[in-house]
Design a protein around this ligand. Structure first.
Ligand code: HXC
Length: 515
């Protein structure tokens, strides 16, 4: 064969392979409202930056008609690319090829790219669209999953790992996304479950649609398995690009710094957000938007455990991870899901050198049988653990209520906060004044000729003593009392002060976070 014909032969082979499962399957994929694997990578990556690997990999399965059966790329497209000019490792399962099912060769392509992401210290983005373990390959497929889970775990805290569910992701396959840092889902396209509706119906007789059982809305709002919800595939890729802009490429680096950052767009006084009535609700996101650069806040887990808000913003161009009680939902109480949500976010930020900003306004942990029996002790402990363990700079602003255990848990001085600020509206106490007065002055109230007047008087007495930041500040638990309008300024100064902060901890195998 001449050189030219060898080149032509190569071009013919390659162009056939990049067509995946062929025209008919691609048309079917399109009809089901989904982009193809390659279109997805094009939408995710900077233009013309995709660098493909292992296009020519083939399976070696022989059973159940697999011998001689050619599967383009073995059902997964792998390689590298750039996002905002930074390198990422990527894979996209190709449903048009044997339903994106995972066999040995398919898994090896993925694990190779995962190893490269770890060695080259770059984020990993994986797109799932698969019928699961390739049934014809039996135990080899299961090994493939095991190899992927092992690497997901070994890469955890080394490089950011992002999963995008753009089709079915069922059975044990769900555990790879579950082991990654952020899971993205798209309305009416994503499906995740351990056992699908048919199995559930036949085994325990419950009836539910796939969408209700494991669709995008379910995982964003009920289970918390998904961190980001998008209405379309195009939107999901924009969300991923935005998320990555706040993150470093690995634990060895720091997030990109934005030059000449914008001031917050929402510039109304912070004071105007907090209601005069001490018990009235307000939206903490309005506070966040008045603090961060350009009022730009990327919320994580927006629909899940909405009584706590977590997400990324920037202060003077630098990324910070924000954790804030949300007085508008359940008065901002802490509960099982809120503790899980915040603890996981804190640990992510700590692993990737992102300072933490905690905004406190919470009446405490949610009381009740349901919470106690759901393990609020065990789950609540995760929050304490995550904050105490974190060695990145930790700034806390007590805005209003910081009562009881929740005062301690929300990154107080006692859990190692670097600097604690409080607004003059802060109330740092064991509990709310009314509850406290009813308990400690019960005798005086009961024996009074006018119990109601005495109760009011005692509530006032307790309020004067504790419903302020001064008692805590007098003991050094609060470093600075600031006017709300000066919060951004104070935080930027604090961030500057901690530039050289380096906390060394004793080396040991690992701690044992309550799970
Ligand atoms: C081999 C598969 C496959 C699989 C789909 N295909 N899933 N091939 N192994 N797991 C093939 C189909 O045979 C078909 O091939 C093509 O992909 C498209 O599939 P359809 O069924 O036509 O598509 P659709 O109607 O959209 O249904 C999609 C689906 C369904 C819901 C995902 O295919 C399905 O239920 N698949 C099986 C799911 C499953 O039980 N997987 C194993 C889970 S156990 P042709 O040639 O006809 O185009 C598991 C364990 C992991 O994953 C454990 C890890 C620890």
């Amino acid at each position: 064969m001449s050189i030219m014909s060898k080149i032509n032969d190569f071009m013919t082979r390659a162009s056939k392979l990049v067509k995946g499962g062929g025209e008919v399957s691609l048309e079917r994929q399109k009809k089901s409202g989904k982009m193809s694997a390659r279109e997805r990578l094009d939408a995710l990556l900077d233009s013309d930056s995709f660098f493909e690997t292992d296009l020519f990999v083939e399976h070696s399965a022989k059973d159940f008609g697999m011998e001689g059966k050619r599967l383009s790329g073995d059902g997964v497209v792998t390689g590298f690319g750039r996002i905002d000019d930074r390198s990422v490792a990527v894979f996209a399962q190709d449903f048009t090829v044997a339903g994106g099912s995972l066999g040995k060769a398919h898994a090896s392509k993925i694990t190779k790219i995962m190893d490269a992401a770890g060695e080259m210290r770059m984020p990993l983005v994986g797109i799932s669209d698969s019928g699961g373990a390739r049934i014809q390959e039996g135990v080899d497929s299961l090994c493939g999953y095991g190899d992927i889970f092992f690497r997901n775990t070994r890469l955890s805290g080394v490089v950011p790992q992002i999963s995008v569910i753009l089709g079915p992701c069922a059975g044990g396959a769900v555990y790879s996304p579950a082991l990654t840092d952020f899971v993205f889902v798209v309305d009416k396209i994503s499906n995740m479950f351990i056992t699908g509706p048919q199995v559930i119906k036949s085994v325990i007789g419950e009836e539910i649609s796939a969408e209700e059982l494991g669709g995008a809305k379910t995982h964003s709002s009920i289970t918390g398995n998904a961190h980001f919800f998008a209405k379309s595939e195009i939107e999901v890729f924009q969300q991923i690009r935005k998320l990555l802009s706040f993150l470093p490429s690995s634990c060895m680096s720091t997030p990109p710094v934005i030059e000449n950052p914008e001031a917050p767009k929402d510039q109304l006084d912070l004071e105007s957000v907090i209601p005069e009535e001490r018990k009235a609700a307000y939206c903490v996101k309005q506070i966040i938007r008045r603090i961060v650069d350009g009022s730009d806040f990327l919320e994580v887990h927006e629909q899940f455990a909405r009584n706590i808000v977590v997400g990324f913003g920037r202060l003077n161009g630098e990324s910070v991870g924000i954790i804030a009680n949300q007085p508008r939902v359940l008065a901002g109480v802490l509960d099982v899901n809120a503790a899980d949500k915040a603890a996981r976010f804190i640990r992510f930020c700590d692993a990737f050198n992102i300072p933490l900003l905690t905004l406190v306004d919470t009446p405490g942990y949610l009381p009740g049988i349901d919470q106690e029996h759901s393990g609020v002790i065990r789950h609540g402990a995760k929050l304490l653990y995550a904050y105490s363990e974190a060695t990145v700079p930790k700034f806390t602003v007590v805005m209003r209520k910081a009562y009881g255990g929740a005062y301690v848990a929300m990154c107080s001085r006692h859990l190692g906060a670097t600097l604690v600020f409080a607004w003059p509206t802060a109330e740092i106490a064991v509990m709310g004044s009314e509850g406290a007065a009813n308990i400690i002055f019960r005798k005086e109230i009961n024996e009074s000729d006018d119990p109601e007047a005495t109760r009011r008087e005692m509530v006032k007495k307790y309020e004067e003593k504790f419903a302020n930041p001064y008692t805590a500040a007098s003991k050094g638990y609060v470093d600075q009392i600031i006017e709300p309008g000066k919060t951004r300024e104070a935080l930027i100064a604090a961030l500057g002060l901690t530039k050289s902060q380096k906390e060394e901890r004793a080396t040991y195998r690992h701690g044992n976070i309550p799970l």
